[in-house]
Design a protein around this ligand. Structure first.
Ligand SMILES: *Cc1c(COP(=O)(O)O)cnc(C)c1O
Length: 375
């Protein structure tokens, strides 16, 4: 009997935090010592550094990616009576934010190979009520920004980027988050750039929108107790900003680590029954927030991974239009066939920059064996 192989976690934050532990502790201590917990100097410092990294004029720190999306929509005065187009296979927050401002989410199906929103289907979904389309850089792969931007210009709607899974990705050499009117970012701990709790940001090159969002995140204030609009409390807190400032300089090398892992998966699984992430076109990029494969008999593979202590995920197991939360839209099976098929076949493999070659081999061995037995 060979020795029992070690377990492979889906995500391992310890391996990222340990080498930075002293710097992170010092950053946290700095905030505690200053007691500047709310909008202290760490927040504008992080905003300036993140704006520079995204090659935009404005970054506004907020308390989550969901808040970032809501504030962008509110900043653009999108609300009741308006429609916003998105794909059905994304994290629910993309749709929720639209609902939360009182607008209607309108789905457009995705391309089966790239799993990204299909610009032709977006064009078909536009009505006189459409105000915006959300381009989700799903799994860290860039959305078809060029086609969507052209469409948005031609039809007079906004292009909003949901960059919550794509920190550091570039489309045609432009950083994501700098192409649309604004972009929403999440720094949820498991994202490519993660805080020690909930956190997010909006990036934009539009000074008027930036000012609106800056006010909205802090009770519509322009000065203490001078409330010029009805805002909310959606501020990035100083502790999270301090942690993010330590981590941001490492984003590029972490993304390189993720690409290394993806290339090893590609090599080990090529020629197997698994359908791998589609090759990238010249202008596209991928920072592998998730490495997602497809298999027509996924449950056999899932069982084998479970039996061998290998972590995995399903992103996402239910397309948003088929979730109980959105049942009221009355969009039955067959409404978005590609998204529905993907929900049945997708499987996310362990992915983090420090994942070892031995672990990758172990994952691929279990998968290929399970696939061949299930046939
Ligand atoms: C994580 C995520 C969000 C929401 O971010 P939170 O910080 O968890 O609110 C929105 N959209 C996508 C695509 C995400 O992956």
């Amino acid at each position: 009997m060979p020795p029992m192989p070690s377990q492979v976690p889906f995500l391992d934050l310890h391996s990222q935090i340990t080498p930075l532990r002293n710097e992170l502790d010092a950053a946290i201590r700095r905030v505690v010592d200053s007691c500047g917990f709310i909008l202290g100097p760490e927040v504008p410092a992080f905003e300036a550094e993140f704006a520079r990294a995204c090659e935009v004029e404005h970054a506004i720190g907020v308390d989550s990616g969901t808040s970032a999306l809501v504030l962008i929509l509110r900043g653009l005065d999108i609300g009741p009576g308006d429609e916003v187009i998105l794909q059905p296979n994304t994290f629910i927050a993309t749709a929720e934010s639209i609902s939360l401002v009182g607008a209607k989410p309108v789905f457009a199906d995705v391309d089966l190979e790239t799993q990204q929103i299909d610009p032709a289907r977006v064009a078909a979904a536009i009505t006189p009520r459409t105000r915006a389309v959300v381009a989700v850089h799903l799994f860290g792969r860039t959305a078809p920004l060029e086609a969507l931007q052209r469409l948005a210009r031609e039809r007079g709607i906004h292009l909003i980027e949901d960059a919550c899974q794509a920190h550091g990705a570039r489309f045609a050499r432009r950083p994501v988050g700098s192409v649309g009117i604004a972009a929403a970012w999440s720094f949820y701990p498991g994202k490519n750039l993660g805080a020690f709790g909930d956190a997010g940001a909006v990036t934009t090159r539009d000074a008027v929108l930036a000012t609106a969002i800056r006010q909205l995140r802090d009770h519509g204030q322009i000065a203490k107790y001078d409330h010029v609009r009805i805002g909310t409390n959606a501020r990035l807190d100083s502790l999270q900003a301090a942690v993010l400032r330590v981590k941001l300089p490492h984003l590029e090398s972490w993304n390189a680590g993720r690409r290394r892992v993806a290339a090893l998966y590609d090599a080990a699984l090529r020629g197997s029954e698994f359908r791998l992430p589609a090759p990238l076109a010249a202008e596209e990029d991928h920072v592998y927030h998730l490495y997602v494969v497809r298999h027509p008999r996924r449950s056999a593979v899932v069982h084998a991974l479970r039996d061998h202590g290998i972590g995995f995920g399903l992103h996402y197991p239910v397309p948003i239009h088929q979730s109980a939360a959105y049942a009221f839209l009355g969009l039955g099976p067959g409404s978005y066939p590609n998204a529905e098929l993907l929900a049945e076949e997708i499987l996310s493999l362990p992915m983090y920059p420090e994942l070892t070659e031995a672990h990758i081999e172990q994952v691929c061995e279990v998968m290929t064996q399970a696939a061949s037995l299930s046939g």
